[in-house]
Design a protein around this ligand. Structure first.
Ligand SMILES: *Cc1c(COP(=O)(O)O)cnc(C)c1O
Length: 417
């Protein structure tokens, strides 16, 4: 059973100062989880998690993660600025972007961030802009299909993905980068999203470690860090089995000892760029049931909509729902739970069995801590909600205010009408 991290009693207090809808984050859960990750990879001297900022680009959340030893993975100018504001310096920032504008590269260079190139042609681009930095990383796309070892299930098709260098290109790239003066080399790959198998990182690590050995043999370049990027998933559905980060860390270590250590590459630092795994379970979208309707189906209308959480509308994603205070009642009513957008896909749940919902009930939508508020938008003139932090001491802090109509109209000049 999925249990919300806020109770009805807590919500009754919170809404006195912060009307629904809002996203709320659980500081305790975030910190405990970050520590588990650090521990699982503590066998690797240089291990570092670079939190994928796009998942939850809120500086107060980023500050918590920084205190837990994380750096930041950015893919845009704004994310670089956020990381800078949080106080991340130099190699605490990874810049993994694609179709990158010059000004983004320049900003990353100005902050001394580690640049992770998405394409062979970018070598020349940055060489012209500011020269090749001492530390440089390349994103690898091995092509073909990506399978995990045990189940043999196809998880993704790298050859269809727009990211990264081909196998031949990446080998050539390290030669070129070395000639141009680079001294410290990284390799990055991201082949599957939201994986629910302890095998994803170990299989990916195996592929990358072998590539590192080949690169050393063919170019003489010793890779200094390998970035396994994001992709470790979370169980959105209550019957799914969570990943075991301890097991994942151990299995990556096995690959490390089998492939890298014998090749004299045992000093390679392992990095991760997790977003979802770091934050998704520790955020929830809290809304209120404001309308009901009884037509061909039973509907509950919320004060939140897809503008607050796009994943169900965009990918048909499942997000678990709890009716606050009714956790122990039988789920004997079938509802479509909807937002108010003029889009029929604005449904948080379809044919979901839930306890009887009354107008005014708090509807808690789970696992919105990553790729939740951050994907928000303003369709139908809907305003983005506030973000709240449930602190370890039980207090609630507003870490982003809700948008107002003035924010929405800020880019318009009505005086010229
Ligand atoms: C989105 C992204 C991540 C994070 O992915 P999750 O699935 O949230 O772990 C990491 N690295 C890069 C380059 C990304 O684009």
């Amino acid at each position: 059973m999925k249990k919300p991290f806020v109770t009805k009693g807590q919500l009754d207090e919170i809404v006195k100062n912060h009307p629904t809808p809002f996203h709320i984050y659980d500081e305790k859960g975030i910190r405990e989880n970050a520590r588990k990750l650090q521990k699982a990879f503590s066998w690797n001297k240089g291990f570092k998690e670079y939190f994928a900022v796009k998942a939850t680009p809120n500086p107060y959340i980023m500050k918590i993660l920084k205190e837990e030893g994380c750096g930041f993975d950015c893919s845009s100018y704004a994310e670089l600025v956020l990381s800078d504001k949080v106080g991340a310096k130099g190699d605490e920032i990874m810049f993994s972007s694609n179709a990158t504008p010059d000004i983004d590269f320049i900003k990353a260079h100005e902050l001394n961030a580690v640049i992770n190139l998405d394409d062979f042609t970018h070598i020349e681009v940055i060489d012209k802009l500011f020269g090749i930095p001492e530390t440089i990383s390349c994103r690898y796309n091995p092509g073909g299909e990506f399978k995990t070892s045990e189940k043999g299930n196809v998880m993704d098709t790298p050859s269809d993905a727009k990211y990264g260098f081909t196998h031949e290109q990446i080998i050539e790239s390290y030669k070129v980068l070395k000639e141009k003066g680079a001294k410290r080399f990284g390799m990055h790959a991201f082949l599957a999203s939201n994986t629910l198998t302890n095998d994803y990182y170990p299989v990916l690590a195996g592929i990358m470690f072998k590539a590192a050995v080949e690169i050393k043999e063919k170019t003489g370049v010793s890779i200094n860090f390998i970035n396994l990027s994001g992709g470790v998933g979370i169980p959105y559905k209550p019957d799914q089995k969570p990943n075991d980060i301890e097991v994942i860390g151990k299995k990556v270590k096995e690959q490390f000892e089998k492939i890298l250590v014998p090749a004299g590459l045992g000093d390679i630092e392992i990095y991760t760029e997790l977003g979802r795994y770091m934050l998704a379970p520790y955020g929830a979208l809290v809304s209120t049931a404001i309308r009901e309707k009884h037509i061909y189906k039973e509907y509950i209308g919320l004060d939140a909509c897809a503008a607050n959480l796009m994943r169900p509308a965009m990918y048909g994603s499942y997000h678990h729902i709890t009716v606050s205070g009714k956790e122990n009642l039988p789920c004997d009513h079938k509802y479509d739970v909807t937002g108010g957008l003029c889009e029929n896909n604005d449904k948080f749940a379809i044919d979901r069995m839930l306890p009887k919902i009354d107008i005014g009930d708090y509807i808690i939508i789970h696992d919105t801590g990553a790729h939740g508020h951050s994907m928000g938008y303003n369709y139908n003139g809907k305003l983005r909600s506030a973000e709240l932090l449930l602190k370890e001491n039980g207090q609630v802090e507003e870490i982003r205010r809700a948008e107002t109509l003035d924010d929405y109209f800020a880019t318009l000049d009505f005086s010229k009408l």
